[in-house]
Design a protein around this ligand. Sequence first.
Ligand SMILES: Cc1cc2nc3c(=O)[nH]c(=O)nc-3n(C[C@H](O)[C@H](O)[C@H](O)COP(=O)(O)OP(=O)(O)OC[C@H]3O[C@@H](n4cnc5c(N)ncnc54)[C@H](O)[C@@H]3O)c2cc1C
Length: 459
Amino acid sequence: MKEIYDALVKIVGPEWVSDHAEERFIYSRDPGTMEPREPDLVVMPDSSEEVQKIMALATEKGIPVVPMGGGLVLSGLTRPLKGGIVLDMKRMNRILEVNETSRSVLVEAGASQGMLQAYLRKHHPGLKHSIPDAPPIATIAGNVLIHGSGHLSAAGGLHSDMLNGMEVVLPTGEIVKIGSCATSPYWFSRAPLPDLAGLFIGWSGTTGVATKLAIKLYPDRPFNDVGIFVTEDPELVPDIIHRIAGVAVAEDLLAWMTPKPEWARGFQMINVNYGAESRRELLLKRDLIRESVRKYIDEKVGGFMPLIPEAKQRFLEAPQSTLAAFADSRRGGGFEYVGSIMPIDLFPEAYRKGIEIAGRRGVPHSLGARVIGLGHCMMFFYAYAFNRADAADVKLAQEALDETNEAVLEMGGIPWKAEAPAQKQIISRMDPDTFSLMNRLRGLLDPKGIMNPGNWEAD
Ligand SMILES: Cc1cc2nc3c(=O)[nH]c(=O)nc-3n(C[C@H](O)[C@H](O)[C@H](O)COP(=O)(O)OP(=O)(O)OC[C@H]3O[C@@H](n4cnc5c(N)ncnc54)[C@H](O)[C@@H]3O)c2cc1C
């Protein structure tokens, strides 16, 4: 490793390579339940060319490389399962170009959600990007590459759907361009070329290192409002979501169910966030949303909750601070959730199963579902908080997560950003020819098997 260390110092400079015990400790873990695994080295590159040299060196020497953004995925995907190098992308955080007319932004892979949000507010106040509820240090790349979702997902789909193009350094050191940027100076779309983005999205850093990304931007409207539809009957939720999403005015549609505070237990709350250019348009949109669920209001099985302005303001925040507050409810900094992508039809079953698992195991929980597109699917989350300093608490959460992953697959959903053990659960149910194709593609891109090894492997 001394030889590798010296070679890396030549590429990035001595300040940006570390084998210190403190750094190896920090980079060995995340807030989730997975066991820590230490890297041998941590490197912070400053340019695509530096990444290129690091990858060529790692491939030549057969050293594992784990790309990392904010390290906040929670399911341990940035832990180096087989040691080697953690490639921390946070120095490559420049916001390179905004196209106001075509509504897109080009960023380096280490640019964070908070940075882009602040930059757009200051320099392009009419534009915003879709923000996940993750802490602001989470990166655009880390989120797009795992098929994340956020505050504009009812309008624009998964964050991977909002990707216009990418620059990627392959494990063998070539720099490739994905989307229109392969042919044109504009980063406007992944169409009409063969869409190679699928070689890198959803792979948990096992196929290449994204160095630049262009994503779609959306109007940041001057008038914004939120309505919260409440019902006690989970069976009604798929149709309520279907109707509200169908009028196509919601930017974000988020169901949440929580045992605390006491008054909220047993209710399904559906937040409907929307924006407008004028007060009149806002009222019109409010009426469209209300009319879409009039049937349920008239039948007195649900209705919109009155909200005081302070509460409204809180529900209009992006990212939402309530989930972050729940994440630390056990103190000790432990938090992980099974996010699962599934059709909205499965909401009642997913909800009942979540209540049953959390109740039986006595684990502090919060359940919810973010609607993707016009109800095309949802990301249903089962969030468990635990105290990382208490081994019994960690074990309780880990067992609940394992059982939840299995239950999700049993229902017909798929665990999202799955931990390495949950990836194996997915693979065991996957069509074998599809898994074989995945392996062949991976072998082609990464002939020495150095990219985040231990992930997406059958055993
Ligand atoms: C309180 C809380 C709320 C959350 N809410 C949401 C939410 O609303 N929506 C949501 O989508 N997520 C949410 N998350 C989950 C997670 O924090 C986010 O998805 C986050 O955006 C992940 O980004 P990251 O930069 O931390 O990724 P990382 O954890 O650094 O990386 C994620 C994966 O991508 C790979 N990767 C990272 N960068 C690169 C790169 N440049 N090239 C190749 N591979 C790379 C890594 O190897 C890893 O496999 C939440 C988390 C918390 C703690």
